[in-house]
Write a protein that binds this ligand. Structure first.
Ligand SMILES: Cc1ncc(COP(=O)(O)O)c(C=O)c1O
Length: 376
């Protein structure tokens, strides 16, 4: 133990995990009581809950009317892989990756789908060269690299007149960053992130061009039932109206509706602002210290949700021990960097986290660092 003075204030909630993320303020298990449990999800009540989840998502995120939204199995991974497996192969493919999740989609494209993809990669902390993309190809990427804390700053790099489709994994961006729908043909996310919902279900958002691809292209590979979005060459519209492919958890759906209740009160700009205020507290902290820095090299690409930090000049293992120390003190849970990422800290700043809690955490990060130095 150390005798360094501890900061006077503790975060009111120590949950800064990057997924599943903290539940929304005011969440209680009792609020899930209206869930239609023990009823068929195809009964009117179940289907109406699913349809409500789709419609409210569309409104809150400002998704255009002619886009489809479906609730699909297997969380964000299910939604993204469903898009890859059903749509890719029709034209050349470019995959962008700058951290673990993007690299996972590269592996899918190259090793599993056996596509002759062009892969544009960048090390942790950077973005690949976005000017080198051939827009005649389909382009797969992650909006926010959750494990490096590097996000694309906007959609200006995506041309409006692209020939290929864009496939965007927005799981740690949706509800916390502006998403330019006209630039996104396939967008996926999971409830467990910015709104603090549950894992298990993914959300798949399709532009009219993505639907056209589904209806005009038959991929040369077998598709399991949970990936099938068309029948007889036509989109299965029911999936986008609440008739899910297989059985969803109505408890998770209810939980998502409660998260939407909260989020609608905050509004989308408010949600984005909460993440920005939390991230700003960390950025300011780092700016006045030389021993800790944002992993994102270019400030324009700094994530406002999964803020990733590196220690400068500290012995190996210091950040891991700091995270353990903070966990033992009960002030921050799950803030060690992701297992494949460079050693450091990753502090979730998505909308459900209170900016005041992030501000209260930072003196503790300093305390943990000083304590490590004192015991080294
Ligand atoms: C960018 C990104 N993609 C995909 C995933 C996988 O999400 P899920 O576990 O909900 O499938 C995550 C989870 O952290 C993520 O951050």
């Amino acid at each position: 133990m150390t005798d360094l003075a501890q900061p006077a204030t503790r975060p009111a909630d120590p949950r800064f995990s990057s997924g599943p993320c903290k539940k929304h303020p005011g969440f209680t298990l009792d609020s899930l009581a209206p869930a239609p449990l023990g009823r068929s999800h195809r009964a009117a009540i179940g289907k109406s809950r699913l349809r409500e989840a789709i419609e409210r998502t569309k409104t809150l995120l400002g998704v255009p009317d002619d886009y489809r939204i479906g609730i699909v199995p297997a969380s964000d991974t299910g939604a993204y892989e469903m898009a890859m497996w059903t749509m890719l192969g029709a034209r050349p493919v470019t995959m962008l990756a700058w951290e673990s999740f993007g690299k996972g989609w590269v592996t899918d494209a190259v090793k599993q789908l056996d596509l002759d993809a062009t892969v544009l990669e960048a090390p942790y902390g950077a973005l690949p060269d976005l000017t080198a993309i051939d827009w005649a190809s389909d382009v797969g990427f992650t909006w926010n690299g959750t494990t490096s804390g590097v996000a694309v700053p906007n959609g200006d790099w995506i041309p409006a007149d692209r020939e290929g489709l864009t496939l965007c994994d927005a799981t740690s961006a949706a509800f916390a960053m502006e998403l330019p729908w006209d630039k996104l043909d396939v967008t996926t996310f999971s409830w467990q992130k910015v709104l603090g919902g549950e894992g298990a279900h993914g959300v798949l958002i399709l532009s009219p061009r993505a639907v056209e691809r589904l209806e005009s292209y038959t991929p040369p590979r077998p598709l399991p039932k949970i990936f099938r979005l068309t029948k007889g060459g036509k989109l299965i519209e029911g999936i986008f109206e609440g008739a899910t492919i297989n059985t969803p958890s109505m408890m998770c759906v209810e939980d998502y509706l409660r998260a939407l209740d909260w989020a609608e009160g905050v509004t989308l700009p408010g949600l984005i602002d909460r993440a920005h205020r939390s991230a700003s507290a960390i950025w300011e902290f780092c700016e006045s210290r030389d021993w800790i820095a944002n992993l994102a090299e270019d400030p324009a690409t700094r994530s406002t949700t999964s803020v990733c930090l590196k220690l400068v000049g500290a012995p190996e293992g210091t950040a891991k021990r700091m995270a353990k120390r903070l966990e033992a003190e009960g002030v921050a849970l799950d803030i060690a960097s992701y297992r494949d990422a460079p050693e450091g800290l990753r502090i979730w700043c998505g909308a459900t986290v209170d900016p005041e809690d992030v501000a209260a955490l930072m003196p503790w990060v300093e305390w943990a660092y000083q304590s490590e130095l004192a015991t080294a």
